[in-house]
Design a protein around this ligand. Structure first.
Ligand code: 5GP
Ligand code: ZN
Length: 115
């Protein structure tokens, strides 16, 4: 999508601190980190939110949770200490960028409820 900031980051039209990339996903540091580790895992394909997932996106969704997140947390050595994976969805869910993204937060003790 041409005016989407995360599409632009995925297409390298806007700089980011790229941490991981493969054929379907990019991961980069959040510009306003909420924890010592705060990475956004973003599908290259424009998907607005979980609400917009289609049957064809099943492999992509599984890839993010089964391959990419576990690899990143191991590389960052937060797999044992713990981390949080968040997908804010819609206005009340706190989503501000309308391109699906998985927040990966770690490096500090998280609190619950998240607020
Ligand atoms: P949301 O509020 O939609 O769940 O998360 C959007 C996240 O994207 C926020 O944590 C915000 O800091 C981050 N963000 C917004 N614009 C940019 C940007 O241009 N670059 C990077 N790296 N992160 C961004
Ligand atoms: Zn997009």
């Amino acid at each position: 999508m041409s005016d989407c900031i995360f599409c632009k980051i995925a297409n390298k039209e806007i700089d980011s601190n790229l941490i991981y990339e493969d054929e379907s996903v990019v991961a980069f540091s959040d510009i306003n980190p909420q924890a010592p580790t705060h990475i956004l895992v973003v599908p290259k394909k424009h998907i607005g939110s979980i609400n917009d997932f289609q049957e064809v996106d099943k492999d992509l969704a599984a890839h993010i949770l089964v391959d990419v997140v576990p690899k990143l947390v191991k590389d960052l050595k937060i797999d044992e200490s713990g981390y949080r994976v968040v997908i804010n969805t819609g206005e009340e869910g706190g989503q501000t960028v309308p391109h699906l993204h998985v927040h990966l937060l770690g490096g500090r003790k998280m609190t619950w409820p998240p607020g």
